[in-house]
Design a protein around this ligand. Structure first.
Ligand SMILES: [Zn+2]
Length: 406
């Protein structure tokens, strides 16, 4: 589908370029982007088994990225820096995302092929399943003005609302409203009116300090609208940033104290953060340990949640033992795929999951094949099969729709 030759030489360099990622080239570099499920998988009992015990109508993938070049008039935008060969890191990053989402990279085809592939994959799930599509606001300066050159990509609320309205059987949508935007509060009202299920931030990439008192009115509004906040915490190596300190989970005490329901993307599974609590242990705890600290504070029991998107990536799997063994957390974990990232073949090393005792060796072959034809299904079947000493993620981790009921 994509012009593969131009990209092949990139494989060896990929390890350096997705810096900080723990890559495996054992299963190859490129996603083969096979549109149809291979016949031997179509009736595979192991795939059907993954849905057992679940009400598919409640299975929403809570973490799905949408991007494009705007070549269909969509308004989607990619930083042109990423088209520039003289900027090899960004250039390859874009190529990797394009391959993972099986985009046809010819001018005029990018937006539409992304959308068509995503829809086909959602249709490849059990009827009732939906993907929650993420808008992505600009990085903004302190006055709330967009800073294009510091933005990696942009996807408007309006576009996501339109996609969800076009395909209500397959998509829900999540708005991204930067709290420094002078119009932020009005935009929150508009998003709810247009059916948004949550708000999505990426503080390190968008320049948001969740601990700032200037956000208090925004937080009060989220509470008033009963709109949950999905926000990344922990180090964020996937996009250009304003400083990893903005991803410190302890900065989320402010929205939590305000009563906002907060979903921490990836359970803050990367990097280390400054000790910001006066009574803290000092030093630089891992961001995941800071997330654990917050999760274990009883007063956040009904407010703080974690999404398990991307925790199967090799550089994050260290948190899986905790996530699987904490049975008291299962009602507070939400499944999402971080689409299209599970389609980046070297990011998820199935053999490593087997060697850590988290995945049955018999699942490697079907999962390897699945990844090349349906990334959403691949991520779902993989997560359903993870187990630690016989304990899997509870069904409610996958039945996420009730959480977003309005
Ligand atoms: Zn993400």
């Amino acid at each position: 589908m994509m012009r593969r030759r131009a990209f092949l030489g990139a494989g060896a360099a990929a390890g350096l370029l997705l810096s900080g990622c723990d890559l495996s080239l054992r299963d190859g570099v490129l996603n083969k982007c096979i549109a149809e499920l291979p016949p031997e998988l179509r009736n595979d009992a192991r795939l059907r088994e993954a849905w057992k015990g679940l009400d598919a109508a409640k299975v929403w993938d809570t973490h799905v990225h949408v991007f494009g070049d705007g070549d269909s008039g969509s308004g989607l935008w990619f930083n042109p820096r990423m088209n520039n060969l003289w900027n090899p890191q960004e250039y390859l990053r874009r190529k990797i995302y394009i391959n993972a989402s099986c985009i046809d990279d010819r001018p005029g085809k990018i937006d539409l092929s992304f959308g068509a592939n995503l829809l086909a994959q959602a249709r490849g799930m059990q009827p009732g399943f939906k993907a929650m599509l993420f808008a992505f606001d600009w990085a903004r300066d302190e006055a709330g003005a967009p800073v294009q050159e510091m933005s990696t990509y942009y996807a408007s609320d309006e576009y996501m609302a339109k996609k969800a309205a076009e395909h209500p059987a397959h998509f829900e949508w999540v708005a991204s409203i930067h709290p420094y935007d002078p119009r932020a509060l009005d935009r929150l009202d508009a998003a709810v009116a247009a059916g948004a299920r949550a708000i999505k931030w990426l503080p390190t990439a968008q320049n948001i300090d969740p601990a700032s008192p200037r956000l208090d009115r925004y937080y009060a509004k989220l509470v008033g609208l009963n709109l949950p906040l999905i926000t990344h915490a922990g180090d964020e190596q996937a996009v250009v940033g304003f400083g990893e300190h903005l991803g410190n989970p302890l900065r989320l005490r402010r929205p939590l104290e305000a009563g906002v329901r907060v979903i921490v993307a990836h359970c803050a599974s990367l990097g280390h953060g400054e000790e910001l609590d006066p009574a803290g242990s000092g030093g630089k705890p891992s961001n995941f340990d800071l997330f654990v600290r917050l999760m274990d504070e009883p007063r956040y029991g009904r407010l703080l949640f974690g999404d398990i998107s991307a925790v199967v990536q090799s550089n994050r799997i260290g948190v899986l033992d905790t996530l699987l063994s904490r049975r008291d957390w299962q009602a507070r974990l939400l499944n999402g795929s971080d689409y299209p990232l599970p389609g980046v073949v070297p990011l998820i090393d199935l053999h490593k999951l087997v060697s850590r005792g988290l995945l049955d060796a018999g699942m490697v072959e079907p999962l390897r094949a699945l990844r090349h034809s349906n990334v959403l299904l691949f991520d779902f079947v993989l997560k359903r099969n993870l187990s630690l000493k016989g304990q899997r993620f509870a069904n409610q981790v996958f039945e996420t729709a009730p959480f977003f009921a309005r």
